[in-house]
Design a protein around this ligand. Structure first.
Ligand SMILES: Nc1ncnc2c1ncn2[C@@H]1O[C@H](COP(=O)(O)OP(=O)(O)OP(=O)(O)O)[C@@H](O)[C@H]1O
Length: 252
């Protein structure tokens, strides 16, 4: 596995808005089967990096490859898009559709399956993420924050992706729900063999389930590695983030 080609390979990525450069010649690899966390100060460009990989933000230069194939500047082709799932920060569920209908959206878009089979598959995904069977008939407005995350996760898993992208998956959840959600992500990684890339601020998540951390700062990746590597790294933001009292309490 150590010599396996990365599932995502970002090289020389630069992204700017107007005359403001957010990412400048950034490199990043994602290894198959890992849970990689992208962390960094607010406004450092974590979401821009995630969105650039997904092809949702136009890059000024550089390349992104997924599964060994180029992700074009206008976004991935359908074959790549079918192989990854995305959980956006606030779930981004369609408010006029039930949970089950939301989960079915990617299946209807990308797969040519009879409607009863789509319904059955949606129900399986709903149960896979720990929602109750009856939750499929609920509208998003009837769900708690934790249930919205799970419903959005079920939709992200609709096409049995190989990579799951998560943008701040535990934000807005109470500590117990956040910890349950972490466990769910780790279980899914272990049972489905997923690769997980997440943007997070959650120190508990880093400690509980993350294999590797990449810190975004100064328009690039400042450092990659495990928590011990973060603690040894001599950089003001990295030091204060990983050695603060909160970090010490969370990371041990
Ligand atoms: N579509 C856009 N147009 C203009 N500027 C943008 C756009 N998207 C992001 N930015 C800017 O890029 C910078 C990085 O934003 P980004 O959302 O990636 O930060 P972040 O590290 O994810 O922050 P946070 O932790 O607060 O979510 C910010 O200054 C933001 O204002």
């Amino acid at each position: 596995m150590a010599n396996e080609a990365p599932v995502i390979c970002v090289r020389d990525l630069s992204v700017g808005f107007g005359d403001r450069l957010v990412l400048d010649h950034l490199d990043l690899d994602v290894r198959r089967g890992e849970i990689l966390a992208i962390v960094g100060a607010s406004g450092s460009g974590k979401s821009v990096l995630l969105r650039s990989i997904l092809g949702l933000v136009r890059r000024s230069s550089g390349t992104v490859e997924a599964f060994g194939q180029a992700v074009g500047p206008d976004g991935p082709d359908v074959e790549i898009e079918k192989r990854w799932g995305v959980l956006f920060q606030f779930g981004a569920l369609f408010s006029a559709l039930t949970v089950a209908q939301n989960v079915a959206v990617p299946m209807r878009e990308f797969l040519d399956l009879p409607p009863p089979l789509v319904e059955q598959l949606s129900q399986l995904k709903i149960e896979l993420v720990g929602l109750k069977p009856g939750d499929g008939q609920k509208m998003p407005s009837e769900l708690s924050g934790g249930m919205i995350k799970r419903a959005a996760l079920a939709r992200a898993l609709a096409l049995d992706p190989e990579i799951l992208f998560l943008d701040e998956p535990t934000s807005g959840l109470d500590p117990i729900s956040a910890s349950d959600f972490d466990n769910l992500i780790e279980d899914l990684r272990n049972t489905l063999g997923l690769t997980v890339v997440m943007v997070t601020h959650d120190l508990d998540t880093l400690h509980a389930i993350v294999d590797r951390i990449a810190v975004v700062g100064e328009q690039r990746i400042l450092i990659e590695g495990d928590i011990a590597a973060m603690r040894r790294f001599d950089h003001p933001w990295v030091r204060s983030y990983f050695n603060s009292p909160r970090a010490r309490a969370a990371l041990g």
